[in-house]
Design a protein. Sequence first.
Length: 357
Amino acid sequence: MNLTTVDEIVQRALKKRIFSGCALGVLKGHEILYERYYGRHFFAPWARRVDENSVFDLASLTKPLCSALLLLIFVSEKKLSLSLELGDIFKNCPEDKKRISIKDILNHTTGLLPWTPLFVLKSKKEYLRRILTGKLIENQEKRAIYSDLGYILLGFILEKVGRDELFSIFKKRILLPLKIKDSSFKKALRDRRLFVSTGFCPYRKRILLGEVNDLNAWGAGGFLGHAGLFLNLKEFARMMKAVLSLAIDGDGGVLGIDGSLFLKETSLMPLKKRRFMLGFDTPSGKTPTCGSFFSKKSLGHLGYTGTSFWMDLKDKITVLFLSNRTFPHDYSRNSKRAIRDFRIMLHDTIKEEVSRL
C-alpha cells in the first residue's frame, strides 16, 4: 500500500516541529495495510530514529485500553456491574458522590473535576481521599465533562476488586493473554534509548525518558487508571485487534469479555445524548479529530502526548498514531491547535486513499 500523500503530511509536521517522531499504522479489519515510522526520539541529529522498537507514552489511551477493558472483564465475571454506585463500593463515601455509578465514570458524567494536583500528596490512599472528598462541578446534570479523576477512581475500584496493583492486574488479564509477554516498557527500562522522549518537565526539572508524562500518575508510582501505559506500535496494534474483534464481532477472545456488552452499546450508535461509550470516545462536534470521513459509528480516543486511535466500525478501517507532540514542552495553545489540525488532515487523507483500494 502506497500512501505518498500521507508521508508528505507527516514530513511537513516534522518540519513544523509538531513532534520529533511518530509511528503510524493503518488496519483494514485485522490486516495491517500500512506501517511507517518517522523522525527521531527527540530533536537532535544524533537522536535515535523512530523504528518498530520505539516505545511511546500512550497517556490517556490507558483509559480505554487498560481500565475500560479490565472493567469489562470483571463485569463479564459478575464481579462488578456498570450500575454499581460508589456508595456500594466505598464505606465512607460522601453523600454527594454515593449515587455516581461506574457507567457515569466511563461516560465522564460524574461531575468530578477534570484534574487536580494529586501528585503533591504522599500516597494513593490520599489520592482516593482527595477525590472522594473533593467538590463536584455545580449544575453538571449528567453532561459529559472529561475527567482524569474519574478514571483514577476507577483504577482504585479495579484494584479493590482484583486485590492487586493495577498494572499487575493489567499484565495478568490483558498483556499476557495477548502474548505481550515482555512488554516494550520493560525492555526499554533496560535500555532507555528505546523510549521516545515526551519533553522537559518543569516540576521534575528534567527531560522525561521512560517516565510517564502525567504528573498524577508519576506521583503514584507511574501507573494509574488514567495514564501510565507505554507500548510500541506493534504491541499497540495487537491490543487494538482484540478491541476490534470485540467491537465488530462481539468476540471477547482470550480476554474473556462478554461480547454482548459491547454489541449492545454499539447497536445504539450514533449516540445522541452522550459522547462516550464504555470508555471510548465517539466523533463529536463539527470537526472531530478523526476527520470528516470516519462514520458516526466510530470509536477512538486521544492521548495528551500526541497519541490516538480511531476505528470505523462501518468499513473496519483503524488508524493508530503515536507521537511525542509534548516535546520539548507544551506551554502554548498553538501546540494543541497544531496537533488537532494535523490529526484531522491525517485521518481525512488516509480515508480517501484507502477508499481507492
